[in-house]
Design a protein around this ligand. Sequence first.
Ligand SMILES: Nc1ncnc2c1ncn2[C@@H]1O[C@H](COP(=O)(O)OP(=O)(O)OP(=O)(O)O)[C@@H](O)[C@H]1O
Length: 699
Amino acid sequence: MKVMQQTAMAPAVREDAVRLARGQFFGEGRAPEAGVSPLIVDSWLRCRERGMAADDRAEAEHAGRLQLAEAREGNRGLLDYASGVMEHVFEQIRASGSLVILSDPQGMILHSLGDAEFVDRASRVALQPGACWSEAARGTNAIGTAIVTEAPTVVLGGEHYLDRNGFLSCTAAPIRDPRGALAGVLDVSCEQRMHQRHSLGLVRLSVQLIEKRLFEAEFANHILVAFHERPEYVGSLQEGLVAVTPEGHLAGANSIAREWIGRRVECGGGASFAELFRQGLGKVVDRAMNSSDALIRLGLRDGSEIHVQLRSLRPRFTAFGSAQAGEGMRTFAAESSPAAVGSAPPVSAPAPVSAPHGPITLHDLATGDAGIGRAVDRARRILGKDIPLLIQGESGVGKELFAQAFHNSGPRADKTFVALNCAAVPETLIESELFGYVGGAFTGARKEGALGKIQQANGGTLFLDEIGDMPLGMQARLLRVLQERCVTPVGSVKSIPVDISLVCATHRVLRDAVARGEFREDLYYRVNSLTVTLPALRERSDIRCIVERILAAECREAGLQGVWIGDEVMRFVERHGWPGNVRQLQNVIRVAVALLDEGEREIRPEHLPEDLFLADPVDGGKTPPAAHAGPLVAAASAALPLAADAPPISAAKRLDQLEIELIERVMREVGGNLSAAARTLGVSRNRLYRKLGRAGGVS
Ligand SMILES: Nc1ncnc2c1ncn2[C@@H]1O[C@H](COP(=O)(O)OP(=O)(O)OP(=O)(O)O)[C@@H](O)[C@H]1O
């Protein structure tokens, strides 16, 4: 790979050489033959062709707040996976007064982390979020030039086209998405004199890590097969990685695997696991399970060998279909693998079906959905800080679970987590529930008095569910507690100091309640310092993972092993609207597990509540109606009404056909752009990608 850099000379010599080259290019108008690399000269020529002058001081493009917010939203996956890596990079170079920068594929800075002093100086050249650092906007620079050349790029001092950027040293590398397209650029910038020679290695490694995370997130519901010709490279950033469907079809490959497959396809390989690796997936899985070694050796058609490790990030399979079940693999009740992306364990011998062990943490909740990932990431940032958290979301989305996970992930984890549902406690009792009371405070009160929830939570976390339903009078008292950090029990004059972390939840839009005068504005500002919104189940791209986690927990409860969700039910679950969210899904699975006959292991449609499946004259009511089948099917039904004389086909097939036809039409309309198609269809990219995979549209 060509790399644009020019760092081998001593700094003073190099600076002189660059100065000379600039003189030739800008003064004499001829391309320098020495002093700067040909790649820098090419970039200077491109800038000159655009009519740019070295002393140009015109304000370049800078996005407004709204535009930046939109760009960040549009690149949410990239931001989520890159920001952790950026923090790590920043830690490595903290002492060098640097900025770590992430840009989108057009060069707009989405996020930056940096040394305060340098940030100050950098901001004068607009090296900050919202600024566009494309070559067209700011001349030769590492971000913009890396985008044009699609290669890691170092631009030092005077190599920058614009004079005003001459004090910078910038090192950037392009980040590719799981399909090989440019997803963004990672850059490290500092003052020229602070340039570190290892920056390029650091940036390239970090980009590999981000790409790996993007890949694993994109294919979270696939089986990941890691391989390398040398066993010690499996598990490293040099490993080839392919994502395979349970049926053994290749769904994606990282850049190393793409290159490897490219060579094999020329040698007669193909696009399925069996064609590439000469053995069926089922057989390889069986071998992996029967082997005490995490790596298995596979012979290839050309006589060479590779070392393979099977990983399934999510779900982590605990039992597999054997070779007789086609060469595929079946999803059994799985041990949920909340172990986040990037730390997937190798497939091992069957383990007992189980949900996450130990107290649930934020890490466990990040199961691949971008919305949840965002909420987890934001909440994680305030762990251990005295900042109240407000969790919003429809009923049953897991707000309380999130609050618990937040508590368990922070420094108060070994203290108490106390929950009070403000909507469930009668108004007359909320006061004593919250603040406690002293003996004889009111008729019916216990002689010895009682501790209120606030005092019970002392040292730990107080979770106030449905805070929007708290009576106004109580709100004033709660506000006082939060301000004064003291609680006065009912009937007492003594205030008792308390130290609580406050987490509130609501399914209402609190701001509207404030506007209606139902919620105090001052308390509103107090409780919503950080708000996270949990997505409804129907919007989530990790439904499979949640299903498997709940199934594992229910099976454990029922003492069952080896239970799995049949394909038809899984399809329905993924499409259903789930008005009751995770709670409803949990109830459905609990009932389904209870309805299994002795020895029966597959959950089929007849195990689901009757009212979930409306009667369907064509296939006996086993297929969910379009109205229940999620936005994609609803859109398909509206857009592609069947002709009156259409042949009688099963409803399941009809829905699938409608979906596929609609997807194909929309994909054509948006020129194959998956994100645009997902937006038009009102589904997540992941969901659309899965559907394309099923329709055979993903290679
Ligand atoms: N990611 C998840 N995986 C497995 N189970 C979950 C998940 N999220 C929520 N649940 C389960 O769903 C049920 C509902 O969750 P929870 O009570 O936390 O939702 P909620 O939004 O707080 O509900 P409400 O709005 O009624 O207060 C709980 O039994 C919880 O354990």
